[in-house]
Design a protein around this ligand. Sequence first.
Ligand code: NAD
Ligand code: KPL
Length: 303
Amino acid sequence: MSWHILGVGALGSLWATRLARAGVPVRIILRSSQRLADYQRAGGLTLSEVGESSLHAIPAELPEANTSIQRLLVACKAYDAEAAIARLAPRLANNCEILLLQNGLGSQQAIAERWPQARCIFVSSTEGAYREGPLQVVFAGRGQNWLGDPNGGSAPVWLDELDRAGIPQIWSTDIVARLWRKLALNCAINPLTVLHDCRNGDLLQYREQLAALCQELGTLLEANGQAPAATDLQDEVLRVIEATAANYSSMYQDVRLGRRTEIAYLLGHACRSADALGVAVPLLHDLHDRLRKRLSLRGLPTD
Ligand code: NAD
Ligand code: KPL
């Protein structure tokens, strides 16, 4: 059975090239005839890691191709994922699996509700990749992938294909808790790096602000039934800041490069969820407002 990969950017290319290299059947789905022609001209996807580059001529197709899709890995940004799947929805087999690699929360739930015939597997990834060119990906940071089904059920048999491909994986029975925890870390760190225009490590000057945000985020996690994900949140935020002190956060980099951020699925999701549950989070709302103003000033979407 073939994997189909939708969203052939940084992370999608990283998965596609490693699967193909291990001999696992994989096809990539490109969004337009123009991109398909560019891909065919390039002769494949290029993966660079530890200074070595390799070209992978992976079969490619358009969303409108007519073969059925049994297993789909969606590696678009959170704001593109649902519309991207909608374009190929007629091809989804009844009992298909959709792996969702998006950061934050909200997009995964919308997709799972819209295509209830699919088994949606949520993925939380700490691997790092970036695009050097349209069809060239650099594997920038080793990490882990946690996969899980929010509705429970057993681990899929194809996890061994990921092992064969060298894609690190752990089957998680609490994937939503893991995504909430990551969302909380991202909400505490990323917006402040944009607003203070700084590297992660510089946030250590704002410990009180971080502590107050972590307090609200912890309350929000508890209200969402995610009390374990709130445990020692502030300590972990400080640990992550120290471990990544020299880095710029992903949101900072998006803003710097004039790219749309995933704010709606991070801070936006936190604020919407607090409002729905009647939890007061004035600091998160204030941070959200200030971040949206900053994005707007830079001519970027605020959602
Ligand atoms: P990216 O922008 O590099 O890639 C997204 C790709 O999706 C682009 O190539 C875009 O053209 C494609 N796309 C958008 N709409 C499409 C459509 N309708 N049909 C086909 N393709 C479409 O993004 P990324 O960095 O790979 O991130 C993907 C997700 O993974 C994000 O939610 C991100 O937060 C998460 N993530 C990324 C990393 C990383 O290191 N890059 C790490 C962890 C999590
Ligand atoms: O995940 C991150 C990001 O940059 O998106 C860090 C900074 C590690 C935590 O917010």
